[in-house]
Write a protein that binds this ligand. Structure first.
Ligand SMILES: Cc1cc2nc3c(=O)[nH]c(=O)nc-3n(C[C@H](O)[C@H](O)[C@H](O)COP(=O)(O)OP(=O)(O)OC[C@H]3O[C@@H](n4cnc5c(N)ncnc54)[C@H](O)[C@@H]3O)c2cc1C
Length: 358
């Protein structure tokens, strides 16, 4: 069957072509799509998840998850069949300062975690690269091959549901685009702690060293794309500097890395996230936090909300999801801690500005 062939609207079958009809089509099987699908399936809805990749698939991501994510997913860590690491603090490097910020956080590998989440959802999954979406009565037809009443766009930055229905109403703010560069690889790390470097070498963002359980490591950097561009810098230059930092600290030496880049949008205006029966969630709605660029938690929370809205007719709102990684902002706490006791005085509004400008 040619999945891109057009069918006349309303047709359940046309010649040799049949249209698969379900209650909800979810485009994208990452955390937002899986979380949404799981809730819908639990309630008895017929759900089809379309993802262009075969799972398990690689997703560029440091794989840091918060205790809120574990709670939101009702995730039994003991029963999780893959790598799961817990940190009791983060080693923060900020210019000349280095200190441990007490905070319980976790790391997973997205390659394993996303596949586990998607299977656990119980939804039917099809490998399909979604290109063309059309309104069809009060529902939607996807590539002439799939039809549903409700449609959830959870396909990340370049989500076709966002592009088709939401781009004009909810344009991406370029100043909120984060550029990243990272690599995850098997490595016998010597330091089991998670390290973060803020503003290293003037990077408008931060760099990370995140060990995973059983000898995997993720190293990467992320910064605000517009700021880098305005300075005529590129992320690769910062990456080379970061490799030097890792080597000098004895964290990584003589390892050939093959980093890759990806960009996504941090939390901006999220007023228009539902249009009729079409919803956007996760990176498709641009929900990652503005301080630590954390997107997994908001993806899951928005996926759950989309499902609740479809099932219970609840209003679908995302503007009250936290725009920072904790109520008071981890970065804000970190800066306060870094500057408390030092001779430098950091005015209150400067703290907020530093956090907001990350
Ligand atoms: C380098 C990097 C590091 C990061 N580190 C962290 C971190 O440590 N912690 C954290 O919380 N967040 C982190 N993030 C952010 C986080 O990865 C995302 O916010 C999160 O993955 C968003 O989930 P999602 O389900 O919305 O989208 P995704 O996880 O991107 O899933 C989208 C899915 O849609 C599929 N898809 C795309 N286009 C189509 C199409 N046309 N048709 C069908 N399927 C399609 C993709 O194959 C993919 O499986 C990081 C991001 C990057 C780039």
């Amino acid at each position: 069957m040619d999945p891109h062939a057009r069918l006349p609207a309303g047709g359940g079958a046309c010649g040799r072509l049949t249209v698969e009809t379900v209650d909800v089509i979810v485009v994208g099987g990452g955390p937002a799509g899986s979380a949404c699908a799981a809730r819908l399936v639990q309630a008895g809805a017929s759900v089809l998840v379309l993802d262009r990749e075969e799972f398990p698939r690689t997703k560029l991501c440091a794989g840091w998850i918060t205790p809120e994510v574990v709670a939101d997913l009702n995730f039994d860590v003991e029963a999780y069949p893959h790598r799961f690491n817990t940190f009791n603090g983060i080693v923060v490097h900020l210019k000349w300062l280095k200190f441990k910020l007490p905070s319980v956080q976790h790391s997973i590998r997205r390659f394993e975690f996303d596949n586990w989440l998607l299977r656990r959802s119980g939804a039917r999954v099809r490998r399909h690269n979604v290109r063309n979406i059309e309104r069809d009565g009060d529902g939607f037809t996807v590539d002439g091959a799939f039809r549903s009443k409700h449609l959830v766009g959870a396909a990340g930055t370049r989500c076709p549901v966002y592009r088709t229905f939401f781009r004009d109403a909810n344009p991406r703010a370029r100043e909120l685009q984060a550029a990243t560069y990272e690599h995850e690889f098997p490595h016998r790390w010597r330091d089991e702690r998670c390290h973060l470097w803020f503003f290293e070498n003037g990077l408008p963002g931060y760099a990370w060293y995140v060990p995973k359980a059983d000898g995997y490591l993720n190293c990467g950097i992320g910064g605000m794309a517009e700021k880098l561009k305005a300075r005529g810098e590129d992320i690769k230059r910062h990456w080379r500097h970061f490799l030097g930092v890792l080597a000098r600290r004895g964290l990584l030496r003589d390892v050939e890395l093959a980093p890759k880049g990806y960009s996504y949008y941090l939390r901006g205006g999220v007023e228009v996230v539902r249009l009729g029966n079409a919803f956007i969630a996760g990176d498709s709605a641009g929900l990652a936090t503005r301080d630590l660029c954390e997107g997994i938690g908001p993806a899951i929370a928005s996926g759950h909300r989309a499902a609740a809205s479809i099932l219970e007719g609840r209003e679908y709102r995302l503007d009250d999801l936290a725009a920072y990684s904790s109520d008071i902002g981890l970065v804000q706490r970190m800066l306060e801690r870094a500057f408390a006791g030092s001779r430098l005085h950091l005015p209150e509004n400067r703290v907020a500005r530093e956090a907001a400008s990350l």
